[in-house]
Design a protein around this ligand. Sequence first.
Ligand SMILES: C[S@@+](CC[C@H](N)C(=O)[O-])C[C@H]1O[C@@H](n2cnc3c(N)ncnc32)[C@H](O)[C@@H]1O
Length: 242
Amino acid sequence: MKLYNKYAAWWPVLSSPKDYKEEAGLYRKIINKHKKSITTALELGCGGGNNASYLKKHYQMTLSDVSPHMLKMSKKLNPECRHVLGDMRTINLHKKFDLVFIHDAVMYMTSENDLKKVFATAYNHLSEGGIVFITPDYFKETFKPKTSHGGHDDPVSGRSLRYLEWEYDGDPSDTTVETDFAYIFRERNKPVRVDRDISITGIFPKKTWEKLLREMGFRVYFEPMEHSELEPGSYIGIVGRK
Ligand SMILES: C[S@@+](CC[C@H](N)C(=O)[O-])C[C@H]1O[C@@H](n2cnc3c(N)ncnc32)[C@H](O)[C@@H]1O
């Protein structure tokens, strides 16, 4: 996506770390419920590091992403964390963690084979009794087409961005969902610019997640989460215990 490459520097104007406080609190509660003593954590697909900016207060975090541009943004926000470039399907740090966290970046896994590879990455990076915590945006059962909009003003850089996001499942028989984005960029003393972007994400039934995680050797728990901006019952996390 252009957002994670050409426009990565605009990420905090599109998606501000402030907006992640509530969800990071929910994640922390669920992680705590499943494992009390966590020292080290690895996030796969950390993006700009917005969630990590809260979770790092509780864990020693290593943050990884496939986009060097997004890692650069996360390094600015989380300079105290170790950052590593890598694809969540193949990365190998030769190190074990108490927790592996995979937030919305897991949505970029568009086939069962992709999911299997990510679960293998998580398993290989966990110590015995460690947990993987995954928060997909939706499952086949909870997906609803939607439009949303947002954006922020950054008084320091003088940059403002607004976006419209339109998510739909063009072919319900396949394992992907399309999202079209329209961006409006405003920058001090520059003409307003407009661009579009598209993301292709994966969609799978809960039973597929459960089966693939079990096959990898995890014990699996679904954890419903209530967030003030989301429809009740629509957001479900997954915990896998090694
Ligand atoms: C929406 S952003 C993540 C934002 C993040 N959850 C946060 O709290 O700031 C999605 C990220 O997934 C990353 N990504 C996509 N495919 C990936 C892959 N195969 N391996 C690692 N990261 C990936 C993108 O580069 C992008 O930075």
